[in-house]
Design a protein around this ligand. Structure first.
Ligand code: PAF
Length: 281
């Protein structure tokens, strides 16, 4: 695997092949990221991974500074996983002048759920992903479904800007006890790590409970009960809610009646660590 740090070297490497699949990451790779690489390889095009901890998508009091940077180990893992090219720019290379032009995502998607809890987060995500798409010009790009809202937003951005990129969403990879793999799991203390699968359990319970619900009011009540249970277990939830898969809006009575595809999504803090997860239902 070739590793490049500059746009000039990236473009020179990309010129060797006509089509590329991109796997954008912020590094500190785990089995979930390696599954994205494997999925990209299944497209039978060379695979380029990017590692860049994107300041624009972190709030002022979030974990940008302590986000784990493990480039050497990440490069070894990518190499073993069959990745062909690694693009690991530093901040000056990615944002040579301050990035004053930004991608402003649709607030209907970007200002709800994680966007409500983390103002500006999705503007930062959309801006860096658009920039990576321009730099790499991939034919395919692979994202994990753990970041469900991010995946929907990127799909919409690609559609609306008519970018010729096939976006592939991959199911969340989980530890044996059900915890969704995430770089932020490394922040958990041993006790918190033992407790962390409760988030996935809460999603399963809510998905089960809402099966019989006929009205949005009933769903709302079940969500409130689920939030209260999570609170009692010592979590501080931002949201735990049933949404339509297509636009992440709450299902109407008609949706509930018709069985419109939905997803339950949660974000909650355990100690100092904020975890997110979801379950299609
Ligand atoms: O999902 C992530 O790791 C990041 O949000 C992404 C897509 C690499 C953009 O920084």
């Amino acid at each position: 695997m070739l590793t490049v740090h500059t746009l000039v070297d990236l473009r020179a490497a990309l010129r060797q092949q006509p089509h590329w699949a991109l796997v954008p990451t912020m590094g500190n790779l785990h089995a979930g990221h390696l599954a994205l690489i494997a999925r990209a390889r299944a497209e039978h095009v060379p695979v380029v991974a990017s590692i860049f901890v994107n300041r624009l998508q972190f709030g002022p009091h979030e974990d940008f500074d302590r986000y784990p940077r493990t480039l050497q180990r990440d490069a070894e893992l990518l190499d073993e996983a069959g990745c062909d090219l690694l693009f690991a720019p530093d901040e000056a290379e990615m944002y040579p002048q301050p990035q004053t032009f930004r991608v402003l995502p649709d607030p209907a998607i970007a200002d709800i759920l994680d966007g409500a809890a983390r103002p500006g987060h999705f503007e930062g995500v959309a801006t860096v992903v658009m920039k990576l798409f321009q730099m790499v010009q991939p034919t395919h790009a692979v994202f994990g479904k753990k970041d469900y809202q991010q995946l929907l937003l990127i799909r919409r951005m690609v559609e609306q800007f008519a970018l010729p990129i096939h976006i592939i969403g991959l199911d969340t990879v989980r530890a044996e006890d059900g915890l969704a793999l995430s770089s932020r799991n490394g922040y958990l203390t041993p006790d918190e790590r033992a407790q962390a699968p409760q988030l996935q359990a809460a999603l399963r319970a809510l998905a089960e409970d809402v099966r019989g619900a006929a009205t949005p009011e009933q769903v709302h009540l079940l969500e409130q009960q689920a939030l209260a249970r999570l609170n009692q277990l010592g979590w501080t939830p931002d949201y735990l809610t049933l949404r339509r898969r297509s636009d992440l809006q709450p299902p109407t009575a008609q949706d509930l009646h018709r069985g419109t595809p939905c997803v339950v999504l949660a974000a909650a803090r355990l100690g100092r660590t904020r975890l997110i997860d979801n379950l299609e239902c």
